[in-house]
Structures are given as structure tokens and as C-alpha cells.
Design a protein around this ligand. Structure first.
Ligand SMILES: *Cc1c(COP(=O)(O)O)cnc(C)c1O
Length: 426
């Protein structure tokens, strides 16, 4: 090793490595992780942090889980990777069977992609190819809502919120899609879907699909909305001959209290994107599921191949750790755990409402959000949380946590207490 000590390689990191959404010339501090176990991250200086982020929704069973470790080790001894063109393997087929079993009945076909963004790209291509094969070649646009997040590749970015996603910077190279306001639900059970309906009325001949994150808009603002909106959306999509894509990359695998968020609306999409928690946070993997209708549609013009096939698609290590993670989830009392987390978050985060710079506190499933009136100062607040012994990474006006489902009551209390403490001193 060419580094003398921790600060030596930290400096190298600072000079040479890009971190997510950061500047290379004015980087934010990064904290060196030595190891991780359960819900604890161990830093190089020996400090332990209780993790509130699950590494962005992914590590739902905590880190360094013996069952997931064993699955990987075992798979490694037979085959770590093999091309999926012309070859197949049991880890992928087993995973497809599991995904088909736990999602809606109509979703019967699976594309195993290598990241969430790619799963979204694949979903978009499926929708466009579906209409293309039927001669409706002008149906190439997407319709989505403001404040969405669907990934960082150009196709996914194009359906992210135009302001948060900095569409202006990429004008001319990003495809331009249609946007409706972010979903809002009112006390009388009504919603603001009428603007979206107007877009459909006007442009449905150009629209291949609506893409939306069901019930929870994640990285685009940590907003929650009601199931009725999705029910109305499903009806409208059918009425206007537009496919419906649910992006459950963040919400999937229990996070909102049901295995998938769409279950709470009792609405089934034509295409479903999964990712993040699919491998329990071990390896990058994602999936795009779809129904017979879309599969037949894509192949309607004879040739009909789906135009996608990444080098590392269906990686056996990733598939096998996903299989182990899904089994682990389903054999655990996940529903009760998430209910308990939800109850505790409601109870313990509500004190933050007393702070004058807090705009709103909201909780859904194992997600707790404190929205501030002003953008946080990342340089100071990150250090404040670390000094409190927790790993919480705010963005913009949002301080939020989505812990591993196995977090203990007192560990969760440490997270909520630190949020109140850190925000009290601001
Ligand atoms: C994270 C996320 C993505 C992108 O997934 P990556 O694995 O980061 O490419 C897409 N959609 C949603 C809803 C996400 O939360």
C-alpha cells in the first residue's frame, strides 16, 4: 500500500475521487469507513456511527450479515460472473421466480439490469418499443410529475424534476418530456390529478408511458402522497392508451410498510422498476418487470427484440445475494418491524415540530423526514451528526432517515434524539 496513514489516503481521495454530486475543486469532507456491522459504521479512527441511511435505502438487513456473506461466498466458488447472452444460470432464474412471485400476478417477465438508472432506461425503452412495434411511432414521450427522481443517466434524468435535475444545463441533449405538478391529496379525498389529465388529453398520441414513484417521491423531495392518486392515474392511463411505469427502486422491499408501495393503492403498473434494497445493499442490481401485454406488444412487428443488454446484466453474485436477501426479508417479521419503526418515528420526531425553522415532520413506514424552511449547511451539519455518533446525510432542506429494518429501539432513539439536538442548535 502506498499510503502512510489514514489522512494520507483521505487526501488522495479529496484530490482524485469524485463523490456523488460533489465538486472536485471544492470537495466536502468525507469520512473514512473501516468496517460496518449491523447498523453501525466503524470509522478509521475507531468511532462508531449508528447508520440512519441504510446506504440510500439499500442495506435493509444491516451491514455484514452472516446469511448474505455466506450466499456470496458460496456463489463465488461456482461462478462469479458469466455473460447472459446465450447463457443462463440458476441464481438469475431463481431471482426471477422470486420477483414474479412477490409482485403483482400480471408481472411475469423480468429484465435484470445492473443499476436502478439502467432499470429505468429499460422501462422507458420497453414502453417506446411497445408502441413502435404497433406502428404508433409518434408515442415516444414520457409524462411524469414534478419532484420526481428516476436516476442519473440521461434517459432517467430527463424524467427527474426539471429544476432539481438541472435540465437547463443539459438542454438540447436531454429528451424533453411532459410534466404535471407533483401529486397532492386533499382532506376530502380529492387530488390534483386534473393537470396531469389535461396533459394526457392534449398529448396522448405522443405519450408512450407515465412514469412515477408510487406514494413516496424519494430523492426529488421526500414527499408522500395518497393511494387515490395512483388509482385515478391507472384509470387515466387506460383511458388514454398510455402505459404506466412504477419506479419502486426506493420504495420496494417493505420500506413503506407493504412489500411494494403500489399494494396500498391496489393498483398494478404495466412496468415495474426495482433496485436499491434488492440485494440488501451488497451489490448493484436492479430489475424491470413487465406483463404479457407489453412483451407481446414489443414483438408485434416480427423482429421485436428488446434493445438492451449490459455486460454485467444478471450478475450471478448479485442475483444470489438478492435471493438470500429476499428470503431473509420474507422470513423475518418485517411488517411488524417496520410498523414499530413507524410508530417510534412518529412519536420521537414530533418534538422537532416545536423548532421554528422546521417546516414539516412526516413519517411513512420506515421513513422519517424533517423538512426545514431553509437549506442546511452541509459543511457544518454533517460534522454535527458525526459528533453525535450517527450517520445522517441531509440534502437541501431535508433531514431524513430510513434505517435498516433490524434497528433496535434504542438505536433508533439515538438517531431521532440526535436530529432534535443538532437542529436545536441551528
Ligand atoms: C436511486 C433511484 C434510482 C436510480 O438508481 P441507481 O441505482 O442509483 O442508478 C431510480 N429511481 C429511484 C426512485 C431511485 O430512488
Amino acid at each position: 500500500m502506498s499510503f502512510k496513514n489514514t489522512s494520507d489516503w483521505l487526501n488522495y481521495d479529496k484530490e482524485h475521487l469524485w463523490h456523488p454530486y460533489t465538486s472536485m475543486t471544492d470537495p466536502l469532507p468525507t469520512y473514512p469507513v473501516d468496517s460496518a456491522h449491523g447498523v453501525r459504521l466503524k470509522l478509521a479512527d475507531g468511532r462508531e456511527l449508528i447508520d440512519g441511511m441504510s446506504s440510500w435505502w439499500a442495506a435493509i438487513h444491516g451491514y455484514n450479515h452472516p446469511v448474505l456473506n455466506a450466499a456470496l461466498k458460496q456463489q463465488m466458488q461456482s461462478v462469479s460472473h458469466v455473460m447472459f447472452g446465450g447463457l443462463t444460470h440458476l441464481p438469475a432464474v431463481t431471482l426471477a421466480e422470486k420477483l414474479i412471485k412477490i409482485t403483482a400476478k400480471s408481472l411475469q417477465h423480468v429484465f435484470l439490469a445492473d443499476s436502478g438508472s439502467v432499470a429505468v432506461e429499460v422501462a422507458i425503452k420497453m414502453a417506446i418499443q411497445y408502441w413502435y412495434a404497433q406502428g404508433k411511432t409518434q408515442k415516444q414521450k414520457l409524462l411524469t410529475v414534478r419532484n420526481g427522481y428516476h436516476g442519473d443517466t440521461l434517459g432517467g434524468m430527463a424524467v427527474c424534476d426539471p429544476v432539481n435535475g438541472m435540465h437547463a444545463m443539459f438542454k438540447g441533449i436531454l429528451p424533453e418530456h411532459f410534466f404535471a405538478p407533483e401529486p397532492n391529496c386533499f382532506d376530502d379525498g380529492s387530488t390534483n390529478i386534473s393537470t396531469l389529465e389535461k396533459r394526457l388529453q392534449q398529448y396522448h398520441t405522443e405519450i408512450a408511458a407515465v412514469i412515477i414513484e408510487p406514494l413516496v417521491q424519494g430523492a426529488g423531495g421526500m414527499r408522500f402522497y395518497c393511494p387515490e392518486y395512483l388509482q385515478q392515474l391507472r384509470i387515466l392511463c387506460d383511458e388514454y392508451d398510455v402505459l404506466l411505469i412504477f419506479d419502486e427502486i426506493a420504495t420496494g422491499f417493505g420500506r413503506t410498510g407493504t412489500l411494494f408501495a403500489y399494494e396500498q393503492a391496489d393498483v398494478v403498473p404495466d412496468i415495474l422498476c426495482l433496485g436499491k434494497a434488492i440485494t440488501g445493499g451488497y451489490l448493484t442490481l436492479a430489475a424491470t418487470l413487465t406483463c404479457k401485454k407489453v412483451v407481446r406488444g414489443i414483438s408485434a412487428d416480427g423482429a421485436g427484440v428488446l434493445m438492451h443488454g449490459p455486460t454485467f446484466m444478471a450478475n450471478p453474485l448479485a442475483c444470489q445475494v438478492a435471493n438470500a436477501s429476499i428470503d431473509l426479508l420474507l422470513s423475518s417479521p418485517w411488517e411488524a418491524n417496520i410498523k414499530q419503526i413507524e410508530k417510534q418515528l412518529h412519536k420521537e420526531l414530533s418534538v422537532c415540530r416545536e423548532l421554528s425553522h422546521v417546516k414539516e415532520v412526516r413519517v411513512k413506514g420506515a421513513i422519517g423526514v424533517v423538512e426545514l424552511k431553509e437549506t442546511v449547511d452541509m459543511k457544518t451539519i454533517q460534522a454535527d451528526f458525526v459528533n453525535q455518533g450517527v450517520w445522517i446525510r441531509p440534502f437541501n432542506k431535508l433531514v431524513y432517515i430510513m434505517p435498516a429494518y433490524i434497528i433496535k429501539q434504542e438505536e433508533l432513539t439515538a438517531l431521532t434524539t440526535s436530529i432534535f439536538k443538532v437542529l436545536s442548535n441551528k
